[in-house]
Design a protein around this ligand. Structure first.
Ligand SMILES: N[C@H](CCC[C@H](N)C(=O)O)C(=O)O
Length: 281
């Protein structure tokens, strides 16, 4: 890609190459995304966040009245996903850092392929009003000889939340290869989460730990929509209509809250690491 300005950022270690394309002039191809995300031959990332005015992109133009900016999210394999929870926080950090948007107590609306999310900057944390997760089927995932029971959750993108057998440690899972799943239930693929309970915390109703194998990116250090799916299943399994779930991932902690107004929130860090310019190929 000829001389494109980029910024590198991450949310709990889920990292992204941010490409500013305010007027929608870039026709970002899957091959260009793969090249940008390549960890040796490129900048490196789990995905790309293209920053474009909503009105300038047909994929989200219908949301232009609600949100000035569209997060065009791509996985590192070049595929398109509907939503990225860590990505929307990093995207918001980029907007306010580059003064493309003003932080406000009522939040910054961000258009995505899963609809408009609203992000509130709270110091080093950013809290996002997410699309409500929908638990819709029982299923299973397999890794090697092991099969785990799970539930399908729609967070705008597809998730399969699996519990580990009693006592099996999370780090014993081999996630070098993607888990097996029911392709009839998930024809467009699925993000697979593996969850175990964790020690109670005073600041949360529930506390769990998870790992994730993401559709289109492989195992990542964190997955925001995956944490949302895990939080929804954890509250349901605990019989809690609302509450706060602290979720520990290899890259850090995210917090999922289901509040009394039936809103679902994802909170976590969002860090910009560096900026630069790609050199012409
Ligand atoms: N790989 C996901 C998109 C990114 C999700 C994750 N990085 C997040 O923070 O939500 C998918 O294909 O649905």
């Amino acid at each position: 890609m000829d001389g494109v300005n980029f910024t590198k950022g991450h949310g709990a270690g889920n990292d992204f190459v941010i490409v500013e394309d305010v007027d929608g002039a870039l026709d970002l191809t899957p091959a260009q995304v793969v090249a940008l995300c390549h960890r040796r031959f490129g900048i490196g990332g789990d995905g790309v966040l293209r920053v474009v005015r909503t009105a300038k992109d047909p994929a989200a133009a219908g949301q232009a009245a609600e949100a000035e900016w569209f997060m065009d999210y791509r996985n590192s394999d070049g595929s398109i996903a509907e939503m990225c929870g860590n990505g929307v926080r990093v995207f918001t950090r980029y907007l306010v850092t580059h003064e493309l948007a003003e932080p406000s107590p009522t939040g910054i609306p961000i258009a995505t392929r899963a609809g408009v999310m609203v992000a509130i900057v709270e110091g080093d944390q950013i809290r996002v009003h997410m699309k409500s997760p929908r638990v819709y089927a029982a299923s299973t995932a397999t890794t090697g000889p092991l099969t785990f029971p799970g539930v399908a959750v729609d967070c705008g993108n597809p998730h399969l939340v699996c519990g580990l057998h009693d006592g099996l440690p999370l780090d014993s899972l081999d996630l070098h290869v993607g888990p097996g799943f029911d392709r009839a239930l998930f024809p467009a693929g699925v993000n697979v989460e593996f969850v175990v309970g964790a020690e109670p915390l005073p600041e949360a109703d529930l506390h769990v730990a998870m790992r994730v194998f993401e559709r289109g990116s492989g195992e990542t250090l964190a997955c925001g929509t995956g944490a949302l799916a895990v939080g929804a299943v954890a509250l349901r399994d605990a019989g809690l209509a609302m509450g706060v779930v602290a979720i520990d991932l290899p890259g850090g902690r995210l917090t999922v809250t289901h509040d009394a107004e039936d809103r679902w929130w994802l909170a976590g860090p969002a860090v910009l690491v560096a900026s630069g310019e790609t050199t012409p190929a």
